[in-house]
Write a protein that binds this ligand. Structure first.
Ligand code: HAM
Length: 426
């Protein structure tokens, strides 16, 4: 075969094509996830992939790396500023408000699947277009809601057979206690401001909590001077955090308390959590979320407590690979219709059409020899071949070969489909 030329136009850095059989893994994962989500009472919501830029500036937050550095923002032909969604939560909040969904019911449970876009530095497990599953519980104020969200995330991972992960939880406080803690961070770090990285110098004024999450070694060292947020929580936040731990323990969910976990988005209040995989290296967060009681008000809506999470599907599939979990990849077809000679091709086409009403069937579209067709049937792992040659054309009785046992049977055209249906789904 001639060497194929590399196409001049290639996929964009940080994006990728998901080709078969890899795409089968995505279908497997989605099927399993949808089953779990439905067991927890969540329904699917589909929101647009692009939104007004303001939605993320306000919701995700003006001091986050996502909004400051990572958004795919563009002007459309009428000069509006639009952004490819970097995350799903603001869109769900907007949609709930836009349609007045919480006027009809107290609690909403929505899930979504889909691509998100962030202009980060591509590396293993970090893409510029990546897929998330997200689950949002809106209108809920209870600690059981927080625990349910974490439980649901854990169950998604367990459903795939994953086990090498850790649940990390924290409380990031509320508008009552967080300002106090932010000032405490500023107090402890003001003498060492010059030692912080450039990003943290900005965070120092805008959102000091984010300094705790900085990955730069110098900042990590300085952060050791800062006491844990858990010592600064107000009574209500502390009470919720203790109750959350109890709820998780009561259903056997192992977790670690990580007071440095502050999440990269601005809307969190009280509960925050992440799940990290042990075999993924630097980009180990499979998912994360928390409570966001003030988001809907930012958009002009009524006070609406809410909690949710999103998990990265690309990373979860990497974890599936690392844990060597076998993903069942279905065979290429059930029946291969083989033409012994060119004369039989028309009949093969008709027979395949008939079978395809109920059965997965393939036929040769590349004018291959009999031998090459049998090879193709094997590589598709077909269970049966229907072989049609001159004799079969004349008699209307076809040869059906069981590809596993090698046995052959003669079957009339009228009986062919029902016979194969029986054989394939006994
Ligand atoms: P997030 O932590 O920004 O949260 O993202 C959730 C997950 O998406 C991450 O843990 C990671 O697995 C995946 N992810 C994020 N960025 C990338 C990337 N560049 N490449 C591959 N995977 C990535 C949120 O998005 C919030 N909306 C979660 C939430 C929902 N909070 C409340 N409700």
């Amino acid at each position: 075969m001639e060497q194929e030329e590399r196409p001049r136009i290639q996929s964009i850095r940080g994006t990728r094509d998901i080709l078969p059989p890899e795409s089968e893994k995505w279908l497997w994962l989605e099927g399993k996830f949808r089953a779990v989500l439905s067991r927890f009472g969540y329904s699917e919501i589909r929101t647009p992939i692009f939104e007004h830029t303001e939605l993320f500036q306000k919701g995700t937050g003006g001091s986050t790396d996502i909004v400051l550095k990572e958004m795919y923002t563009f002007q459309d032909k009428s000069g509006r500023s639009l952004t490819l969604r970097p995350e799903g939560t603001p869109s769900v909040a907007r949609s709930v408000l836009e349609h007045g969904l919480l006027k009809r019911t107290k609690i909403l449970k929505f899930y979504y699947f889909g691509p998100m876009f962030r202009y980060g530095r591509p590396q293993a497990g970090r893409f510029r277009q990546f897929d998330q599953v997200g689950a949002e519980l809106l209108g809920d104020v209870t600690v059981e809601g927080d625990a349910e969200s974490i439980h649901l995330h854990v169950m998604l991972l367990k459903e795939l057979g994953l086990s090498a992960f850790t649940v990390k939880i924290n409380s990031v406080g509320c508008p009552n206690c967080r300002p106090y803690y932010s000032r405490l961070i500023q107090d402890r770090l003001k003498e060492s401001l010059d030692g912080l990285c450039d990003d943290c110098k900005v965070r120092f004024d805008r959102n000091p909590l984010r300094i705790l999450d900085c990955k730069v070694d110098d900042c990590k060292k300085l952060v050791e001077k800062v006491p844990s947020i858990l010592g600064s929580l107000c009574e209500e936040c502390l009470h919720r955090f203790e109750a959350l731990k109890e709820r998780l323990e009561s259903i056997g969910i192992d977790f670690e308390v990580d007071p440095g976990l502050v999440r990269g988005l601005d809307y969190y209040t009280k509960t925050a959590f992440e799940i990290h995989h042990h075999m993924l290296g630097a980009q180990s967060a499979l998912g994360g979320g928390g409570r966001y009681d003030a988001l809907m008000e930012l958009y002009g809506g009524p006070h609406t407590p809410a909690v949710g999470f999103a998990a990265g599907l690309d990373r979860i599939l990497l974890a599936v690979e690392k844990e060597k979990i076998e993903v069942p990849i279905p065979s290429g077809t059930d029946v291969y219709v083989v033409a012994v000679s060119d004369k039989a091709r028309q009949k093969c086409f008709e027979v395949a059409a008939l079978l395809r009403e109920t059965i997965r069937a393939e036929l040769d579209l590349a004018q291959r020899s009999l031998q090459a067709q049998m090879k193709a049937a094997n590589s598709l792992a077909a269970s049966f071949c229907v072989i049609i040659g001159e004799e079969e054309l004349a008699s209307g009785v076809f040869t059906v070969k069981n590809m596993k046992s090698g046995e052959q049977a003669k079957v009339s055209e009228t009986e062919l489909r029902s016979r194969l249906e029986r054989e394939l789904r006994p």
